[in-house]
Ligand binder design. Sequence first.
Ligand code: SF4
Length: 343
Amino acid sequence: MPVNVFSLLPQELESRLAQFPAFRYRQLLHWLYGRFVFAPEHMTDLPLTLKDYLLENLSFELPQIALEKAAQDQTTKYSLSLTDGENIEMVIIPAPKKRTLCVSSQVGCARKCSFCATGRWGLTRNLSAAEIVGQILIAASICKPERLTNLVFMGMGEPLDNLENVLKTLQIIQANNTLAFSPRRTTVSTCGIPQQIIKLADSGIKTKLALSLNSAINAKRDNLMPINKIHPLEEIKSALKYYLKKSTFRVTLEYILIPDINMGKDDIKALRQFAGDLSCKINFIPYNIVPHLPYRSPTEIELQEFLQQAQSLHQAITLRRSRGAGICGACGQLAGNHQGVTP
Ligand code: SF4
């Protein structure tokens, strides 16, 4: 089977094209990552011999857009079909000065967080590096002539359960002769798998890290996120400290606000304790309704009361109002072709 060109680091591509003059491989990279032209037939300045070689020896397959839904705020969710018939989703969130892609790393997810649409149907498979790079390239070409500025691994899947391919993706897109994507503008979000956080830190590949925390009380977090029964908060916190020693970035704690579950005074107190000695900022995200799940979104009054209490936290806090909720493109709402799944 020909290797997918989007799974290759620039140096790997160069060695595969060693029989051609070096400038040819740079031309190819420019077509793929500079002009977003993905079919050798359309690369007008490549000689026929090289085009034939590329078509015979490499695959240029990308996920295909099957469906596109835009919300009023222009946040757009794309359903993408993969070569084996599986479906994933990605979301592009435009803002005046930035364009963020929320990218998927798996088909489904094994972690079964109780508030998440993806977690409800389990894991089908990991995405390959080519399938993750493919989403980024499709998004970059959609954003043209503007640049895709930010990348968050907060789509379908637990990125650290597919660490090898996520790291390869980061290496590919951060290379100078591809997208030169800044690590400062990349965030990998995890439900909290200590050994994988440590591997990420040890990899030397730079990215920001977000922990999907959602409760700093073990008993509550056990209910929200089953991973917590295996790796409780204390273990996760030491892994975060390890990451912080090796990284120049602060960690982000993501905290989805669910009324009657994690918005009380005891929750703030526990959060203050957990975050107290961590170099971090905290993002609060009002819960987005997922059909068939027993949670509701906070009212404006509940939100304001909570934020008032959260002023006692020592870290920078932000309220991130999820975009794209009307199209099920907001945080926790992505479910691929399993949107209608029932419990
Ligand atoms: S929140 Fe993330 S880790 Fe949890 S089930 Fe959903 S996709 Fe998986």
